[in-house]
Design a protein around this ligand. Structure first.
Ligand SMILES: [Zn+2]
Length: 207
């Protein structure tokens, strides 16, 4: 099964991708991970990409496409694409080269996403993540693992969060439109428990 997973930050997208990967063997693929892996392994494409990243420039699409294509071709049981495609060029490349079975959209209102992101916390010392809404530490403000202080990340302020949400909508609008027209878009209610979200996905994919 080849899937694209779309969800606003705070929708639990990464967690859902991991659960699906573990259960069905579809590979969870994000461009960030692919770049890291290729740079670590010093592949030709990794080294090329690194030159741009080190200069603080965007990696040209042709290299991104090569890296994505290699990874998708190697995903024998299928893939869950996360954070790609982000624009029309990437979308065209993807549908030209690969069969997409379903596009899952985790529905969460902007207000809910903001509420969840504002509730995120992290341990200052060991970086374990918490959420004061649904992933609390045993003692308030103190890390369960190392007893470090639990703080809010700098980039989880309202202004930064709103900017990320706006960027998300800009990047995904055309992609969502395209797959809606192709009748491949599946809406999932992301305002429920992790287990319930997962079961809704499985049911709607009929797997
Ligand atoms: Zn800690």
């Amino acid at each position: 099964m080849n899937i694209i997973l779309i969800g606003i930050q705070g929708s639990g997208k990464g967690t859902q991708a991991k659960i699906l990967e573990n259960r069905f063997g579809w590979e969870h693929i994000t461009t960030g991970d692919l770049f890291r892996k290729n740079i670590e392994q010093e592949t030709e494409l990794g080294l090329l990409a690194k030159e741009y990243i080190d200069k603080g420039e965007l990696v040209p699409d042709k290299y991104v496409f090569e890296i994505v294509k290699n990874a998708l071709n190697q995903a024998e049981k299928g893939f869950i694409l996360d954070g790609f495609p982000r624009n029309i060029e990437q979308l065209k490349f993807l549908v030209k080269n690969f069969e997409i079975d379903s596009v899952i959209l985790l529905d969460l209102t902007d207000d809910k996403a903001i509420e969840r992101l504002m509730a995120r916390r992290i341990c200052k010392i060991c970086k374990k993540d918490y959420n004061i809404l649904f992933k609390k530490s045993k003692k308030p403000g103190i890390c369960d693992v190392c007893e470090g202080e639990i703080i809010r990340r700098d980039d989880d302020n309202k202004e930064a969060i709103s900017k990320r949400i706006e960027k998300f909508h800009n990047e995904t609008k055309k992609v969502i439109e395209y797959f809606t027209e192709k009748n491949l878009l599946i809406h999932i209610n992301a305002d429920q428990s992790l287990e319930a979200i997962h079961e809704e996905i499985v049911k709607k994919l009929s797997v």
